[in-house]
Design a protein around this ligand. Structure first.
Ligand code: G3H
Length: 195
């Protein structure tokens, strides 16, 4: 069995300000997480010479991967966060206040709701297909550093969770979800590296 490690990027400046989307750098706490993650990965995967680190194309995941040395890194656009379209850069409060109909329709059907000029969870699930195929094909461990909405979908695939649940799965910051795929099925461990 070989592990797949799933983690969100370290806390970003926009996480601190409560804004969605964007492409900011890490907060101080986020930078600390990047260092802790590097330590963890180097210890956990040291014997696995062929492991690789996959990130999105957004700064916050690339910066989270940057303290990890000795493993190849691959950037996937398909691992980018859900595109919030016209709401990119807004806080949920602002969306609720300025675009109440959008806010309500998303609340009613978060799985199917598509942000104007952006994506729905179903869109994200669809664009993840090539990533999943490649993850299944890999023999070596993979560390996936991505974003909340994307990781909800990836996690649901491996943990076999129903579609309707995906937008509500908890994927906390600063926590590694380790998935082991063995003959007896999928096993999961969580490592919370900091609060
Ligand atoms: O920026 C997007 C969030 O990570 C996704 O969260 O789908 O619960 O709004 P949400």
């Amino acid at each position: 069995p070989r592990p797949i490690l799933l983690t969100r990027h370290g806390e970003s400046r926009d996480n601190v300000r409560g804004r969605i989307g964007g492409d900011t750098v890490l907060s101080e706490a986020g930078e600390l997480y990047a260092k802790k993650l590097a330590n963890f990965v180097e210890k956990r995967l040291k014997p696995e010479r062929t492991a690789s680190i996959w990130t999105s194309t957004l700064q916050r995941t690339i910066l989270t991967a940057s303290p990890i040395v000795g493993f190849p890194k691959i950037q996937w656009r398909a691992l980018d966060e859900i595109n919030a379209g016209v709401c990119d850069g807004m806080s949920y409060e602002e969306i609720k206040k300025n675009m109440p109909e959008e806010y309500e329709s998303r609340k009613k059907d978060k799985l199917r709701y598509r942000y104007p000029r952006g994506e729905s969870y179903l869109d994200v699930i669809q664009r993840l297909e090539p990533v999943i195929i490649e993850l299944e094909r890999q023999r070596a461990p993979v560390v996936v550093i991505s974003h909340q909405a994307v990781l909800r979908a990836l996690y649901a695939y491996f943990a076999d969770r129903p579609l309707m649940e995906i937008p509500h799965i908890e994927v906390p910051l600063h926590t590694i979800i380790e998935i082991q795929m063995g003959v007896t099925g999928v096993q999961e461990k969580r490592y919370k590296l900091m609060d």
